[in-house]
Design a binder for this molecule. Structure first.
Ligand code: AMP
Length: 484
């Protein structure tokens, strides 16, 4: 089933309801949203984009991004969304790797991409794009479960990004799990795009389209906490996906402004570790608005969830919750702690033209996530770390996350990241990169009071900020490089 059918149906059912907004300004109701997307589909076909062909989208968040998604899908083609913060050369590499035949860009990026990539580029803010969204539309081209709709390029914390093959069936499964496991959606709600549409926030568009909710795109196209708070207040029932670092920034801005986030219905957080001290502070300030999810491009947004009630009740806050309805979850070898494996309808069938990586990731029908976790008797999964981040010191496993959780309880620490440094004596030593005012002696004493001696960092490196990728994930590979 082509995902674009959901938009075509919503155009009938919710024709005059607001669909797309740029800031507070309405851009299209559902009838207009579908009309533009279906015309774009026809225009893409007229330019030679055929079934299964790839079309790149390199843009900041904007309403046109959603028109592009649905136009590409309706045409039977495959969207290749690229994070707008990538360098034009990196974007061009993705375009080359995916074999995209056309790029749709925001104005600011169209010029730089045109000089780096060898495909025609259409500026989504131009009269040319507007014309493509007018005229005769077409009905969604027939697509099957296993047909591709999205090539999702991993954020690449190590090496070159890999293209996850996301199908219409995967997005449908992940979307239908959302109201069951994450949050109900009604036509009165709005999806607020605070995080990049090229990633999980974009994936959440589908269920909001099906339910006829509004799509609220900040005019800045980026994450500005003050703008998010103001937009949400104006709308009244906004839901958004935020990475943990964004929750922290939103909280700081809200506290500074004395704003309790009245217009925010739900904040879904995930994509990286949320420390217990941070989520507790966010709950104290904003109230029961939070749901956690754990997923990865290979099983988008859809491995586990920790419900609103659980988060609000401070139940298993250090965990990532329990398996979502549409997946099975297991630990490799049936152990209590080990590599997390997942299988089910939202799991990918492989990477784009990368059989070696596919073979590594998919074993006996399971996706090997590369994350290490602990599954308890009640089904709660606690992520301990990426398997490659595990520190082995003196033959004992040390999970950096555990050390980070403790250090973050120190009032003078803002951010911390713990890695292993090669050591002739111990195999690896624990080293903590710290943003904050505390000194090493005080931190050492604090660790002695709160954790096993062998887990204690041997060294502290004080830094003004931690290196992060475009999705706000700490780049441990970069920290390791600094140490060596
Ligand atoms: P990506 O494919 O870019 O979405 O990255 C997925 C990775 O982010 C996962 O494999 C985890 O290592 C991490 N991750 C995602 N969700 C969570 C979460 N709720 N808590 C901790 N780490 C997470």
């Amino acid at each position: 089933m082509n995902l674009a059918l959901w938009l075509q149906r919503s155009a009938l059912r919710y024709a005059t309801r607001p669909a797309l907004l740029r800031g507070a300004e309405p851009v299209a109701d559902y009838a207009a949203f579908w009309r533009q997307a279906s015309c774009l589909a026809a225009a893409l076909q007229a330019r030679g984009v055929g079934t299964g062909d790839r079309v790149a989208i390199f843009a900041k968040n904007c309403p046109e991004f959603l028109i592009a998604f649905y136009g590409i899908w309706a045409a039977g083609a495959v969207a290749v969304p690229i994070n707008a913060k990538l360098h034009a050369k990196e974007a061009a590499w993705i375009i080359g790797n995916s074999g995209a035949s056309l790029g749709l860009c925001s104005s600011a990026l169209a010029g730089v991409l045109a000089s780096a990539a060898e495909v025609p580029i259409v500026d989504m803010e131009s009269a040319e794009f507007q014309a493509m969204c007018q005229g005769e539309g077409l009905a969604p081209v027939e697509r099957a479960e296993d047909d591709l709709c999205w090539l999702f390029y991993t954020s690449g914390t190590t090496g070159r990004p890999k293209g996850v093959r996301i199908t219409h069936g995967m997005v449908r499964a992940a979307s239908l799990a959302y109201p069951v496991d994450v949050d109900e959606v009604s036509p009165e709600d709005a999806a607020l795009y605070a995080a990049p549409m090229s990633h999980g926030a974009g994936l959440y568009a589908a269920i909001h389209v099906l339910r006829g909710a509004a799509h609220l795109v900040p005019a800045s196209g980026a994450f500005d906490p003050a703008e998010v708070l103001e937009l949400a207040a104006g709308q009244g029932q906004a839901s958004m996906f935020l990475a943990p670092t964004m929750v922290r920034r939103l909280l700081d801005a809200a506290k500074a402004a004395g704003d309790k986030g009245s217009g925010i219905k739900t904040i879904v957080y995930g994509g990286g570790p949320m420390y217990v001290s941070d989520i507790t502070e966010a709950l104290d300030w904003f109230g029961p608005k939070f749901v956690q999810i754990y997923g990865q491009g290979e099983c988008p947004m859809c491995i586990t969830a920790l419900s609103r009630e659980e988060v609000a009740g401070r139940v298993q806050l250090g965990s990532v919750g329990r398996a979502q309805s549409v997946v099975e979850l297991a630990i490799k070898g049936g152990a209590e702690t080990g590599e997390i494996m997942v299988r089910g309808a939202p799991v990918m069938q492989g990477y784009w033209e990368n059989p070696e990586a596919t073979e590594k990731a998919l074993q006996n029908g399971w996706l090997m996530t590369g994350d290490v976790g602990r599954l308890d008797a009640e089904g709660y999964l606690t992520l301990v770390d990426r398997s490659k981040d595990l520190i082995i010191s003196g033959g004992t496993n040390i999970y950096p996350r555990e050390v980070e959780e403790v250090l973050l309880q120190h009032p003078d620490i803002q951010e911390v990241s713990v890695i292993g440094r090669p050591s002739a004596e111990w195999g690896e030593d624990v080293v903590a990169f710290v943003v904050g005012r505390a000194d090493a002696a005080a931190l050492n004493a604090f660790c002695l009071d709160n954790m096993a001696r062998f887990k204690r960092p041997k060294d502290y490196v004080f830094v003004p900020e931690l290196p992060k990728n475009n999705y706000g994930k700490v780049l441990k590979t970069e920290l390791r490089k600094r140490l060596s």
